[in-house]
Design a protein around this ligand. Structure first.
Ligand code: GUN
Ligand code: FE
Length: 450
């Protein structure tokens, strides 16, 4: 294994510390310590240490992607069953599929494939919903650790008999909280675990009793771990909390003690200005899932408004509400959806009233959110090349014949937007997490032609 722990790597690095731009570190050397953390970044002209991994010219190193919202058990129905609204889709397709993960052999085969595929796609950190099953959730965490993926894994809580089927539900609120606690303890005690964290995961308000929500809020305060849930995703889901509590999802979650610095709210399409102020005050964040929202969201998340109000935002694929597990696709969909929001969609409406002005974001902002934004939202040092950050990266080969990038001789570092729009999986040559090579292979370079 061509690991980078305790070594340096020389090449051209491109990351996005701020919105709307990338920073290109041409012919630089990044030094990585024995724990896989970046210790220094310097021009190669300042010296190249003995044993440095030298990348061939033309290759680019990008930060690995942070998938801020993904349902691991839904991978088998990726690209299927997208015909029904959320509340129908859950009962008709999704709960029956997730229920099968009670069978650990069924779970193992699917989770192994998913984690390998995500690493090959450059997803170095993933915030996962698993299923209600304690054992299969622990299995997912173990598989992530064994394959070297940085992951946050949550046992899904859904205990309300009024909304969850008998065959797929926590037996009681007390048991749901107790099993969540067991999973947290199990993940934290995994041997040599330097990268997998537990997450408190109430599925969403409609599937949980108040007892479960308040029990999980108390557990979050006690354990200090991450929290994830779905928030104001669709008209129906948004309306549920309003009808049940006379307040929004955000306000209700806050009341249950579920909003904090390590909380990630998936979707959040229908956040009001007050909700945004609440999320911001809690320093919680949003996982924006543009592809999924096109099927289930009923509207476009006001991304630019959220950013301008100072919210932490990252991107999620939302497998399988989203039809792709690729974070490159998530970036593209984010930019495209924002354009539709700005222009509007009904051609019979007048140009003046058709859209929401000042809503567009560009692809480089989407890339920033898919990397650095995810790191900030999770409060983890990932998504940037900076001392103190984990060396989580993907090696991009713009010249791979089987890949979709065609540069016709242009300098790759000058074409990052084109590369992000056109790259396909064969362009991702290798993936590193914490300095470990976790997918692909590193090309050997005899040349010194940066
Ligand atoms: N809301 C509750 N559960 C789900 C889910 O599995 N996917 C999506 N997109 N929304 C949800
Ligand atoms: Fe989801």
């Amino acid at each position: 294994m061509t690991g980078l722990r305790g070594r340096s790597i020389r090449g051209t690095f491109i990351h996005a510390p701020v919105r709307g731009a990338v920073e290109v570190l041409r012919d630089a050397v990044i030094s990585v310590d024995g724990d896989g953390t970046i210790t220094a970044i310097a021009p190669a002209a300042d010296g190249v240490p003995e044993g440095t991994l030298e990348l061939p010219a033309g290759q680019l190193v990008l930060p690995g992607f942070v998938d801020l919202h993904i349902h691991a058990p839904q991978y088998p129905q990726l690209g299927m069953a997208l015909d029904a609204p959320l509340e129908v889709w859950l009962g008709k397709y999704t709960f029956p599929l997730e229920a099968q993960y009670a069978d650990l052999d069924f779970a193992r085969e699917r989770y192994e494939t998913l984690v390998r595929d995500l690493l090959a796609s450059g997803t170095t950190t993933a915030l996962y919903f698993a299923t209600v099953h304690r054992e299969a959730t622990e299995l997912l965490a173990e598989i992530c650790l064994r394959h070297g993926q940085r992951a946050l894994v949550g046992k899904v809580v859904m205990d309300d008999p009024a909304s969850c089927p008998d065959y797929y539900r926590d037996a009681s609120a007390a048991l749901a909280v107790a099993e969540t606690r067991e999973v947290i303890d199990h993940i934290r005690a995994l041997p040599d675990n330097d990268r997998v964290l537990p997450v408190i995961t109430p599925r969403f308000i409609p599937s949980c009793t108040d007892a479960a929500l308040s029990g999980l809020g108390a557990l979050a305060a006690e354990c200090g771990c991450h929290v994830q849930t779905h928030c104001s995703e669709s008209d129906w889901a948004h309306g549920h909390a309003l009808a049940r509590y006379g307040k929004t999802d955000t306000a209700a979650l806050d009341g249950f003690g579920l909003l904090g610095r390590k909380t990630v709210l998936a979707h959040s399409v229908f956040l009001t200005d007050d909700d945004m102020a609440t999320v911001r005050a809690a320093e919680a964040g949003v996982a924006h899932c543009a592809l999924s929202n096109m099927y289930f969201g009923n509207a476009v998340f006001p991304l630019r408004r959220a950013l301008e109000q100072g919210l932490h935002v990252g991107l999620g694929t939302d497998i399988s509400g989203g039809r792709s597990g690729s974070m490159l696709e998530a970036c593209r969909a984010t930019a495209q959806a924002s354009r539709l929001l700005e222009d509007g969609v009904d051609a019979t409406d007048s140009r003046e009233t058709r859209g929401v002005p000042n809503s567009r974001i560009d692809l480089l902002t989407a890339f920033h959110l898919a990397t650095a934004g995810g790191g900030v939202t999770l409060d983890l040092p990932v998504g940037l090349f900076r001392p103190g950050y984990h060396f989580d990266a993907l090696l991009l080969d713009p010249l791979a014949e089987a890949g979709a990038i065609r540069l016709f001789g242009a300098e790759p570092a000058d074409r990052i937007e084109q590369i992000l729009y056109t790259a396909s999986r064969p362009n991702i040559g290798a993936t590193f997490v914490g300095g470990d090579l976790v997918s692909g292979a590193v090309p050997q370079s005899g040349r010194n032609s940066h």
